[in-house]
Design a binder for this molecule. Sequence first.
Ligand code: 5GP
Length: 190
Amino acid sequence: MRHGNLFVISGPSGAGKGTLVARLVEAVPDAWVSVSATTRAPREGERDGVQYYFLSEEEFLADAERDGFLEWARYAGNCYGTPRASVEEAMAAGRQVILEIDVQGAFQVRNKMPDARLVFIEPPSLEVLEQRLRGRGTESDDVVRERMAAAEVELSRKMEYDIRLVNDDLDEATRALVAYVNEQAERPRG
Ligand code: 5GP
């Protein structure tokens, strides 16, 4: 018997969270990934309602004012938030709900929902992280610097997460993440 759960996946930009979450969804049929809202400009190939809901700052803050977000935070100069209603629906349907959000958002979620499971994805090293961010080719030098500074802050909080997975070998990290989600979903409840 599986139960619904809320999983928060955080880790520095470039740690490979997106790839891991995409693989998790392929491997776990009852997983559901929340689509966040953001004020950041779309990167090439990103589509509204798929990777994010792209909002103006005015629209975003109006939604926040209406309590439309389960959590929200500013990250590297932009606002990011988890739409509350769709997460609540997926939770009620007993899904394995996945939020890919930053550390500030993760602790807001833990405060509101103490049963949430917090997973931290670590890059093998800061050097590898910087190479991956530059290799993406979509970020300017300033953005890379800003994201590397944010990464150090994020890494300083990794011990507060329920588990940490080092994304060195993608297959290995995927196996560990899928195993953790399935184990939590099948954990007996009192
Ligand atoms: P990116 O701009 O690279 O897509 O995301 C930047 C950071 O914002 C990442 O750490 C990502 O996990 C985080 N993020 C994405 N959506 C949300 C959200 O809804 N809430 C919060 N707090 N962070 C988010």
